[in-house]
Write a protein that binds this ligand. Structure first.
Ligand SMILES: C[S@@+](CC[C@H](N)C(=O)[O-])C[C@H]1O[C@@H](n2cnc3c(N)ncnc32)[C@H](O)[C@@H]1O
Length: 351
């Protein structure tokens, strides 16, 4: 399925979230209070055309420069614009003129609402498979986000490779998308509704992990995951019981990560200083790091904290001088259980 289908679906077929035929492009997680507050400052026209499938709210982003791949009508961009503050910025890229028009139309309204002297948001028209065609400097973004977009893209490898190039060292791709428990048969990809609803283009999670690693993201971390309920009987029948999850991953651009979690006898202590996560810092679904407590950690997780914007929020104990073998039960990357059963992180509620 080509880009034209996405442009038609999001520009002409859908006029708002209520037109969606499944819950694939809807967000189930209750946002944290700071995100809820920021959402109340987003124009209703922008919110009405939100089609994200997860919560794209990475922590500690004040002053960060953010790239939003497939920014749509701009809801995430305008939320993040408040969280990065006036010294940070958000660049949204989308290929659908109608979505971009909504996002751009309200730029000045948001600047005033946020009380900023200058807008810190811009929206560019472009294909995220060809990010190199846009005037964006490589290595210039602290964080790249994306919400329910990469499944729609034909050349997913190109997107992951470009995201890796666009990130600064220590930066991360923090994104929500739809994944399938098995490879979706080719013929379903040509169904404009299944594709537009973010289902038939979804990556099989195993292929996603391989693609992410090949692009340079050595240790993908799963933050949250929930099964999708396909209530539309016609859609469900076409999909022939393939299970889908919406999942949020974080992929750090860090050189020299081990290919799996290795134990060097290290530990960290969280200072409780990240706004909104004062009691515990959530690195991923497997690492909820309570403030004040010694927390044994693998070498990769150590680097995700020590060599990123999170470093000032932690004390670090140990080094890489002694290797004690594999760190047991560490970074998990799979949104489905080993036999395709939903993982226990799943939240079955939906919008
Ligand atoms: C499901 S919507 C999500 C939009 C937005 N992230 C949100 O949360 O509301 C998918 C968006 O991806 C955009 N899109 C799809 N393929 C694209 C591509 N190759 N390049 C840029 N944008 C693309 C569509 O135009 C649409 O706005």
């Amino acid at each position: 399925m080509n880009l034209q289908n996405s442009q038609d679906y999001y520009g002409k077929v859908l006029t708002g979230s209520a037109d969606l035929q499944t819950d694939a492009c809807c967000t189930a997680e209750a946002p944290p209070p700071a995100v809820m507050a920021a959402m109340r400052n987003v124009h209703e026209d922008v919110r009405a055309r939100y089609y994200g499938c997860g919560l794209v709210a990475p922590q500690a982003i004040e002053g960060c420069h953010i790239l939003d791949l497939g920014s749509g009508s701009g809801q995430d961009a305008y939320i993040l614009a408040q969280m990065v503050g006036e010294n940070g910025s958000v660049t949204g890229v989308d290929a659908t003129p109608e979505q971009l028009a909504v996002a751009r139309q309200h730029e000045e309204w948001h600047r005033e609402r946020f009380g900023y002297a200058r807008s810190n948001v811009r929206f560019l028209e472009g294909d995220i498979e060809k990010l190199g065609d846009l005037d964006l400097a490589e290595g210039s973004f602290d964080v790249i986000v994306s919400n329910c977009v990469i499944n729609l893209v034909a050349d997913k490898r190109a997107v992951f490779e470009a995201a890796f190039r666009m990130l600064k060292d220590g930066g991360e791709l923090y994104f929500s998308d739809v994944y399938s428990e098995r490879r979706v048969p080719e013929h379903l990809l040509n169904d404009p509704v299944l594709h537009g609803e973010c289902l038939s283009g979804a990556l099989y999670w195993g292929d996603f992990i391989a693609l992410a690693k090949a692009a340079g993201f050595a240790d993908p971390r799963l933050v949250t995951s929930r099964p999708l309920g396909i209530e539309n009987a016609e859609v469900a029948e076409k999909l022939d019981k393939i299970a889908f999850h919406s999942a949020t991953y974080r992929l750090f651009k860090l050189p020299d990560l081990d290919s799996q979690c290795e134990d060097y006898g290290q530990a960290v202590r969280y200072k409780g200083t990240v706004v909104g996560e004062e009691r515990a810092f959530l690195l991923d679904g497997h690492h909820r790091i309570e403030a004040g407590r010694m927390f044994p950690i693998c070498g990769n997780s150590w680097k995700m904290l020590a060599d990123t914007r999170f470093a000032p929020h932690f004390e670090f104990f140990g080094d890489f001088s002694t290797h004690y073998g594999v760190f047991p039960d560490c970074g998990i990357a799979v949104p489905f259980g080993a036999d395709g059963i939903a993982s226990d992180m799943a939240n079955t509620a939906c919008c």
